[in-house]
Design a protein around this ligand. Sequence first.
Ligand SMILES: Nc1ncnc2c1ncn2[C@@H]1O[C@H](COP(=O)(O)OP(=O)(O)OP(=O)(O)O)[C@@H](O)[C@H]1O
Length: 412
Amino acid sequence: MEVRRPRRVMILVNPHSGRGQALQLFTAHIEGMLTEAAVPYSLIITEHQNHARELVRKADLSQWDALVIMSGDGLLFEVINGLMEREDWQEAIQTPLGILPGGSGNALAASVHHYSQSPPAWNEELLLSCGFMLCKGLVGSLDLVSIHLSSQQRLFSFLSLAWGFVADVDIESEKYRHVGAIRFLMGTLVRLYSLKVYQGKLAYLAVKETPKPQKGTITASHPPSTPQHPSLCSSLPCQLIPTSPNQNHHRNHSTTNSNPITSVITTKGTETQGDAKTKTLVDSLLPGLDQPVPESWTVVKEEDFVLVLAIYQSHLAEDLWTAPGAMADDGFIHLFYVTAGISRPALLRLFLAMEKGSHLACGCPHLVYKKVKALRLEPISPQGVISVDGEMVEYGPVQAQIHPGLARLIYG
Ligand SMILES: Nc1ncnc2c1ncn2[C@@H]1O[C@H](COP(=O)(O)OP(=O)(O)OP(=O)(O)O)[C@@H](O)[C@H]1O
């Protein structure tokens, strides 16, 4: 007879995130909620940078129903990259992930709240909404973006890749973190005052609008963007239910080749290569960074930018509804860029309009928006900042490709 050990939710709290109150917020608002909903959990307080990354890289994931972070987006970035560094990454990255806002930006928390079609919420109200989603335990797919840096390092991102104005504001405003979400407005005003032009080359592979596939065919396209709720989902009462790892972790995978040296194509177009034990995820759309981009790509003729922002969730911060049509698993990188020549007032108007998601209706000739599957950015300006999920990464040429529905996220 199979004896199932009890499994639970690992909650990682960064006590220094945001205004440094994540732990107090957890105790005041979430602890009771989880107890009432009978969700078993273990609380782990991160002690240093990369603590969460190392922990999930080595964790026995069969013990955990979900990995939840209470912090800003930076801690989830660590968790995702820790999972993708494991030998069993294909299974590991299927562990449901959850977010409780404890930072000052809280982009993913604001996005999942938005996907639940609830009216906008901030601060504690947003935290309660995310806590409620955690108790319900509904799980959907989450797109990840594979990012290659010039040093050959590869990262996995769930939120954004930014260069120019947005990246500068994000990183420079970290020193105002103690004031909370308003740090972005302060950073924006400071950076507007010393507005810069950033030189570089941008190219992308645009999404082709294709007719809907026939029923029953396996395609490489993304699924409908409504959340799927197969595994952690119980009906009622709101409670996380243990599931067998084998039951759900391979939900997206259909093996097309029985050879142990396999190339596995998932129904969502994710390719892996290698032997059966250590397959690596292939970025089939990306040539080497030292190779020219394929002819099917669009090369942007302008080389003077104010910002380039690739985002794959709806919100860049609690009050920045940047990609109004985006969903967690829509299979798109939403690429925005602003070309040089925009006036300070026009740029400020764009950011103010972003609060209501109406910036694309501003009619600003300098703002361009494209849905893409891959992109490459080659900065020419010798110094600058590139950020991935709000974290500063190595400056230099960078390219990225979307992997639709590679991870799983708790959202209602
Ligand atoms: N105990 C800790 N001490 C110092 N740094 C930590 C600790 N735990 C996590 N970190 C690091 O802090 C960084 C910032 O974390 P995170 O983004 O989650 O919070 P935040 O920056 O306050 O949020 P936001 O970006 O929304 O302002 C991450 O790189 C993370 O690795």
